[in-house]
Design a protein. Structure first.
Length: 52
């Protein structure tokens, strides 16, 4: 049972778990900061419109 003792690399399940955590974190951040991001982009657009 050599394969049970071999811990040389991450398994596919570990990568899926990690990607799930990353995607969940990004989704929560996007929902949390969506209004602030929209306001910042609106301000930038207004500044470009005034300058142009």
């Amino acid at each position: 049972m050599k394969f049970l003792r071999d811990e040389s690399g991450a398994t596919a399940a570990e990568y899926v778990l990690l990607m799930g955590i990353v995607c969940t974190t990004l989704a929560v951040a996007a929902l949390t900061f969506s209004e602030a991001i929209a306001a910042a982009l609106g301000n930038a657009g207004a500044a470009i419109g005034v300058a142009g």
